[in-house]
Ligand binder design. Structure first.
Ligand code: HEM
Length: 415
């Protein structure tokens, strides 16, 4: 879970606080749903003044805080800036919002078929050798590989190898969103990755600028074409930052989400049957709803981190006012909000009739995921060929190898 309790590398912490921190992290990581359920009932806005930390767990509170970026500001800036430069998720200024809108226009909805084709090509390639009970590591051989192909063919990363792209994206995701103790070596790895990626993109830009303007139509080419339009803010360095930011956003998030969807599907034979029928009938809209509901039950990310800019009053249990102090680090527990029994009917049941507004899988408010539509297409197209196989069976639970991301997930696949 993202950098929730701070304490810089090597910092000495009193024993009592160390024990408290361990217990807190255990509850948050290992007993997430039960912990959130208790908090929603007993202490929905939990203020831990000594740790300078606040947890917000109820649906309407999480929604309100995410909508209020004047008070609840993103705090990823220093880590993002150090890796890729001044990217939209780094802070809440109007310039970033404008830039996001311009970038969104370039990630055109008309690209849906193209995205599908890229994912299909990559999944066919990866599944071509499947025979009877072939063991496949879904992470290294599928869920990371496919978004990486999108990064190369749709975003326009042509200068880097697969291994480079994966290690850069993982290093930066780790530091920006999961470096909970601000460990120096994790931060340094991200800075080094950011430097390498920026060199690679600058080389690509220089190469593109020597080419015919119409030579390619990926996101990088579109960004460069936009430079000729006045006032859009896409100078070379911002193009470098945007492309690097897209890489960070795309790979581990999609990979992690696919692993979670598969885990939930494999634990629910009735839903698996429904999904197989939907895949056979090419019912993409149904498959999308199904993936989204499975991700609500097991989200890739159960909380979003914000910094509170001013004292902020909220309503706690028995209508008592709880004040979030200015300067607190606030964990907006979207994983809890999506299971808030006061708003979400039968929150632990799989249901396809929920309103769109009950899902925070891609966040909410001004930092709503830039790639949500792309990710939706990818997830459906990645899961479909697996559902069309004769048999899928888990061989082991996902292995995180002490890190924040699934590194291996061994399944037996039969054609
Ligand atoms: C299933 C896959 C994905 C999931 C679950 C996911 C989730 C999220 C979430 C929860 C946020 C909000 C972070 C916050 O408010 O603190 C976010 C932001 C973002 N995502 Fe995604 N994401 C996914 C795929 C992608 C892809 C494919 C891209 C690239 C096209 C992308 C690019 C971004 C960017 C650039 C932001 C920052 C937006 C902003 O600051 O306004 N994501 N994502």
């Amino acid at each position: 879970m993202a950098g929730v309790v701070q304490g810089a590398d090597g910092e000495k912490m009193p024993l009592g606080r160390r024990i408290f921190k361990r217990a807190f992290v255990y509850l948050l990581d290992k007993k997430t749903d039960a912990f959130f359920r208790v908090l929603r009932r007993r202490n929905p806005v939990l203020v831990m003044a000594k740790a300078n930390l606040v947890l917000v767990t109820r649906f309407h509170d999480v929604e309100a805080c995410l909508a209020n970026s004047d008070v609840f500001k993103v705090g990823y800036g220093p880590r993002i800036d150090a890796a890729v430069g001044c990217f939209m998720l780094g802070n809440d200024n109007a310039e970033n919002a404008q830039h996001k809108a311009a970038l969104l226009r370039l990630l055109s909805r008309h690209d849906s078929q193209r995205i599908r084709d890229i994912v299909t090509d990559a999944s066919v390639e990866k599944l071509s050798g499947i025979g009877n009970r072939t063991a496949v590591d879904m992470v290294s051989d599928y869920s990371r590989y496919i978004p990486m192909q999108l990064v190369k063919r749709y975003f326009g990363f042509t200068q880097a190898t697969n291994d480079e792209l994966l290690s850069w994206s993982r290093a930066m995701q780790h530091d920006i969103f999961h470096n909970r103790d601000s460990e120096t070596h994790i931060h340094q790895r991200s800075v080094t990755a950011g430097q390498a990626i920026r060199v690679s993109i600058r080389t690509e830009i220089a190469r593109r600028k020597k080419q015919e303007a119409a030579a390619s139509d990926d996101i990088l080419a579109r960004l460069l074409r936009c430079q000729n339009e006045e006032g859009n803010g896409f100078d070379d360095e911002s193009v470098v930052t945007d492309l690097a930011g897209l890489l960070v956003g795309a790979i581990e998030t999609t990979s992690f989400s696919l692993v979670n969807i598969l885990q939930e599907l494999l634990a629910r034979p009735d839903v698996m049957l429904m999904a197989r029928e939907a895949a056979a009938a090419n019912r993409d809209a149904l498959l999308h709803k199904l993936c989204r509901e499975l991700l609500r039950l097991r989200p890739m990310n159960a909380l979003l981190i914000r910094q509170c800019a001013e004292d902020y009053a909220m309503v706690g249990v028995n209508n008592k006012t709880v004040t979030i102090p200015a300067g607190s680090r606030v964990l907006l527990c979207t994983g809890s909000a999506m299971k808030d029994e006061d708003v979400v009917a039968e929150p632990n049941q799989f249901r396809l009739d929920r309103p769109d507004g009950h899902y925070f899988i891609y966040g909410s408010g001004s930092h709503l995921c830039l790639g949500d539509k792309i990710a939706d297409i990818m997830l459906v197209e990645m899961i479909k060929p697996l559902l069309l196989l004769r048999h899928i069976e888990p061989l082991k639970q996902p292995d995180f190898d002490t890190g924040p991301f699934p590194e291996h997930y061994l399944l037996a696949l039969s054609r």
